[in-house]
Design a protein around this ligand. Structure first.
Ligand SMILES: Cc1cc2nc3c(=O)[nH]c(=O)nc-3n(C[C@H](O)[C@H](O)[C@H](O)COP(=O)(O)O)c2cc1C
Length: 368
């Protein structure tokens, strides 16, 4: 991996500025129409959204119906974890299901090449926003995006990685904090990193991700200067996501302290991740967090996929609808935002609820 790319992933955060959420800097309209904070208003206008709410690209648990429902409700839907064979078709299906904006997430660390082979396919399918995480896109990838008139964003975790993304011309940044569910690129908490990324961004839109699961969390993120909030775990627990029903049910009622940032489920991708502390995790922790080869129950097939292949205990794949077996012993990715998961609503209802909660939390509503 070239040095600059490694630096991007490993860029350490300077010691944070003292925290304290700035007041909402709402651009008070002179008319009676209320408005969003200024930076958020700019972001919704940039993308043509109604609400400054983004779905996170949570891998293969994203679905076309989920992204379409979120986009049609006025937020930013997302599709991720695409396979090269079906990527173009999936994006075309999503375009047919919504005429509103959505983005395609490409996780660069898991791509064999850079530019990723999947990029031309999703652009041909009509993707207008590409969001990269876990790496820096090659300049050829950016040229491809630009020649299709598309925008791109990048997940960053520090001032330094923000600078690298901006130097590449990113249209927006996603600032991830360690509260996040799934694989965690971040090294610091969201509200520690966000001010540093905002300072570096100098007006470029920054979206806050990690631990946000309700309207109050969205209000806090916007109040701290983010243009929008990105929610993963909360949207995972919806009717339309492809997460296994037992996985969704296990999210309900869990507390932030029921999650752990760990290397437990590292098979397939040895990177840090936040999961629910399930039986597999608890047994592994009790054994002293041993490395591969020495883990309790290693080699157990805990679930079977619809195609008959086995999901092993420490695999990095979370269980999806159609899997059978001991689902709750698989890797159950969840952010600290799991604390806000109380039910499994339809995604469009959730968007509306989040917006109502945002208003009740003191956020400023505008006419949708
Ligand atoms: C089940 C799951 C799968 C994820 N997969 C991806 C992924 O494929 N690509 C990515 O960039 N981030 C992925 N993430 C991380 C999200 O992009 C985001 O940072 C995170 O969900 C935000 O924290 P929250 O879950 O507390 O909202 C995943 C998160 C979850 C919960």
């Amino acid at each position: 991996m070239p040095g600059s790319r490694r630096n991007f992933l490993e860029a350490a955060m300077p010691i944070s500025l003292a925290l304290g959420l700035p007041n909402v800097t709402a651009a008070q309209s002179k008319s009676s129409t209320p408005s969003l904070p200024r930076q958020s208003q700019a972001l919704v206008e940039l993308f043509g959204l109604k609400y400054p709410i983004f779905q996170a690209g949570f891998g293969t648990s994203t679905t076309v119906p989920l992204a379409a429902a979120i986009s049609n409700a006025g937020a930013m839907g997302a599709i991720a974890g695409l396979r090269i064979e079906s990527a173009k078709d999936t994006v075309q299906k999503l375009k047919a299901a919504t005429n509103r904006p959505f983005y395609v997430n490409i996780l660069l660390a898991l791509q064999a090449q850079n530019p990723p082979a999947i990029l031309p396919a999703v652009l041909e399918g009509g993707a207008q926003v590409i969001q990269f995480s876990w790496g820096l896109p090659a300049r050829e990838a950016i040229a491809m995006i630009r020649s299709n008139g598309a925008k791109f964003g990048m997940q960053v975790t520090s001032k330094e990685s923000a600078r690298m993304a901006l130097d590449l011309g990113a249209d927006y940044l996603v600032c991830q904090g360690t509260e996040a569910g799934g694989h965690v690129q971040a090294h610091r908490g969201l509200f520690e990193t966000l001010p540093l990324v905002l300072e570096e961004a100098r007006g470029k839109p920054v979206i806050a991700a990690g631990g946000i699961g309700d309207g109050l969390g969205i209000a806090k993120a916007l109040s701290a200067g983010a243009g929008a909030a990105m929610l993963g775990t909360r949207f995972l627990a919806t009717v339309e996501s492809a997460a296994h029903p037992d996985y969704k049910r296990s999210l309900i009622g869990a507390k932030a302290a029921d999650t752990a940032l760990t290397m437990c489920f590292q098979d397939g991708w040895p990177a840090a991740h936040r999961v629910l502390r399930n039986q597999t995790f608890v047994n592994w922790e009790a054994a002293g967090c041993p490395p591969p080869g020495k883990r309790p129950g290693e080699g157990d097939a805990v679930a079977t996929r619809p195609n008959g292949s086995k999901l092993l205990r420490y695999a990095n794949q979370s269980p999806m609808v159609g899997y059978e077996g001991r689902i709750v012993e698989c890797s159950l990715y969840a952010g600290q935002s799991v604390e806000m998961v109380k039910d499994i609503p339809a995604a469009a209802d959730l968007v509306k609820r989040l917006w109502d909660e945002y208003g009740a939390a003191g956020g400023r509503k505008r006419k949708a």
